[in-house]
Write a protein that binds this ligand. Structure first.
Ligand code: ATP
Ligand code: MG
Length: 416
C-alpha cells in the first residue's frame, strides 16, 4: 500500500502555521465585534441547491468546483464552497428576516475543487462579514471599512489596495449585458471555449475570465459606467462619498465583476502584489437578490469574505510560540505533591507541563524544545523542605522558592 497522504489541495495546520491562522481569525473576530457584528456558525454541508441556485450555473464554483455527493438517503449535499449563501439560508430558516438588520461574522473551512497552487487550495478557510437588511450606501461603506480595519489590525494594510466597481441595478445591467453580447459576438472567434459558453449563458462572466486572450478582449469591452441608470449612478456616487468620510482610499477598477452571480451595485477587492497571481485577499459586494432566492423576502445585503491562508502568508511575522513552565521531578518525589503543584500553577494561569521521563539531560533538552521559560526541579529533599528549585532558561540562574509562594503568587515568580 502506498503511504497515506493528505488529500490533494488540503493541508494540516501545525505550529507556526496554525498560530498564523489563529491570529487572523481572532483579530477579525475582535474587529468585527467592534463594528457590532455577531458570529454565526452554519453547517459545513448544505443541500446542494443552497449553492447551485444562488451562485449561478456559469460561475466557476458551480460549474466545476463544488464537492457534491449523494448521501445515504439519496439527497444531494455539497460541502460549502463559500459562506454567503449559507448565511442567507440561515437568515430565512431561523425567521430572522423579521429582525433586521443582522450583522454577521463567520469563519471556517470552505471546499472547492480547484487546481492547487500557492494561495489556492481545495480546503481553505475564510473569514467573512455580512450586513443583511441595509439598503443604503452607508452600509456598503461600513462593510468595506470593517474589511479594511481587519487588514489594518493584522498589520497588512500597507500591502493592499482597494479596487472598487459598480455593477449597477437590474436595468443598468440589462443594458450593459446587451452591449457586451454585441461586442463579444463580434469577436467570438477570439474568445476561449469557456467564454463562448459564457457568451450564450452569462456574458458578464467573461469579464472575470482568467484566460489571457479573453483578458485582451475584455480590456476594450464596453464599460458598465456608460449604462448606469440615474438611480444606480446616485448609489455609486454616494458610496464613494461615504468611503471618503470613512477615510478609505480606493481605485475604481471596471474589471471587478466578481466570480459569483448574485452581486449588484457595489463590488470590491482588496488586492496585493505580494502573493503572485493569488493576489485577492478580501473581496465582496452587494447582493440584494440573494435572500429572496433562498425563499425569503427581499432583503438588501452587502458582505465580503477573505482567505485566511492568504492573509496568514501576508502577516509580517508569526505569533510567538507560548512559553511554558516545565516541572521536572528529580528522583521519585511524592506523585500527589507533583500533581497538586501542576494543577495549582495552571489554576493561576501559568502554562505548565511536566517532564515525564528520561535522564535529567534529556528532560532539560526537551524543556528547551518546549520553549520553557523556567524549569522547576522537585526532588524528595526539596519536598521535605517545602521548596522548589527554579531555573530561568533565559539567564540560567537558579533560585530556591518556597512552595507557599508558588502556590499563591506563581505569576510574579515566573514574570522574572
Ligand atoms: P479567485 O478569483 O482567486 O478564484 P474567488 O472570486 O473565487 O477568487 P471568493 O469566492 O470571492 O473568491 O472568495 C473570497 C476570498 O477567499 C478570495 O479573495 C481568496 O482570498 C479566498 N479564496 C477563494 N478561493 C480560494 C482557494 N481555493 N484557496 C484559498 N483561498 C481562496
Ligand atoms: Mg475562484
Amino acid at each position: 500500500m502506498s503511504s497515506i497522504q493528505p488529500v490533494r489541495g488540503t493541508h494540516d495546520l501545525i505550529g507556526e502555521e496554525q498560530r498564523r491562522h489563529a491570529r487572523v481569525v481572532s483579530t477579525a473576530r475582535h474587529i468585527a465585534g467592534l463594528y457590532g457584528f455577531d458570529e454565526w456558525s452554519t453547517p459545513i454541508f448544505e443541500e446542494t441547491r443552497v449553492f447551485s441556485r444562488s451562485l449561478g450555473d456559469t460561475s466557476d464554483v458551480v460549474s466545476k468546483e463544488m464537492y457534491s455527493f449523494n448521501d445515504r438517503d439519496g439527497e444531494s449535499l455539497t460541502l460549502r464552497p463559500e459562506g454567503t449563501a449559507a448565511i442567507c439560508r440561515a437568515l430565512v430558516t431561523n425567521a430572522l428576516t423579521q429582525s433586521l438588520p443582522q450583522k454577521v461574522f463567520y469563519t471556517g473551512p470552505m471546499f472547492r475543487h480547484e487546481r492547487p497552487q500557492k494561495g489556492r487550495y481545495r480546503q481553505f478557510h475564510q473569514i467573512g462579514a455580512e450586513l443583511l437588511g441595509a439598503a443604503e450606501p452607508l452600509a456598503d461603506a461600513e462593510a468595506i471599512a470593517l474589511g479594511y480595519a481587519v487588514l489594518e489590525a493584522l498589520g497588512v494594510a500597507q500591502y493592499v489596495t482597494l479596487e472598487l466597481n459598480t455593477l449597477g441595478d437590474a436595468a443598468s445591467r440589462d443594458a450593459w449585458r446587451q452591449a457586451l453580447v454585441a461586442y463579444f459576438s463580434a469577436h467570438e472567434g477570439r474568445l476561449s471555449e469557456d467564454s463562448r459558453i459564457r457568451l450564450a449563458k452569462n456574458p458578464l462572466r467573461i469579464l472575470d475570465s482568467k484566460d489571457a486572450g479573453d483578458r485582451e478582449l475584455v480590456a476594450n469591452a464596453p464599460m458598465m459606467e456608460e449604462f448606469l441608470t440615474t438611480e444606480a449612478r446616485t448609489f455609486w456616487d454616494e458610496l464613494r462619498l461615504k468611503l471618503d468620510l470613512f477615510g478609505i482610499a480606493y481605485t475604481v477598477n471596471p474589471a471587478i465583476v466578481r466570480g459569483l452571480d448574485y452581486y449588484n451595485h457595489t463590488t470590491f477587492e482588496f488586492v496585493t502584489n505580494r502573493l503572485g497571481s493569488q493576489g485577492t485577499v478580501l473581496a465582496g459586494g452587494r447582493y440584494d437578490g440573494l435572500v429572496k432566492q433562498m425563499g425569503g423576502p427581499e432583503v438588501p445585503a452587502i458582505g465580503w469574505a477573505a482567505g485566511v491562508e492568504r492573509l496568514a502568508m501576508l502577516l509580517e511575522s508569526a505569533p510567538e510560540a507560548p512559553r511554558s513552565v516545565v516541572l521536572i521531578p528529580v528522583g521519585s518525589p511524592d506523585e500527589k505533591a507533583v500533581c497538586q503543584i501542576l494543577q495549582a500553577l495552571r489554576q493561576q494561569g501559568v502554562r505548565t507541563e511536566i517532564g515525564y521521563k528520561g535522564s535529567l539531560r534529556k528532560r532539560m533538552e526537551r524543556a528547551g524544545k518546549q520553549n520553557a521559560s523556567h524549569v522547576l526541579f522537585l526532588g524528595e529533599d526539596e519536598l521535605a523542605r517545602g521548596v522548589f528549585r527554579v531555573k530561568s532558561m533565559e539567564t540560567g540562574q537558579e533560585d530556591e522558592v518556597a512552595t507557599d509562594a508558588l502556590l499563591s503568587d506563581a505569576r510574579s515568580i515566573f514574570a522574572r
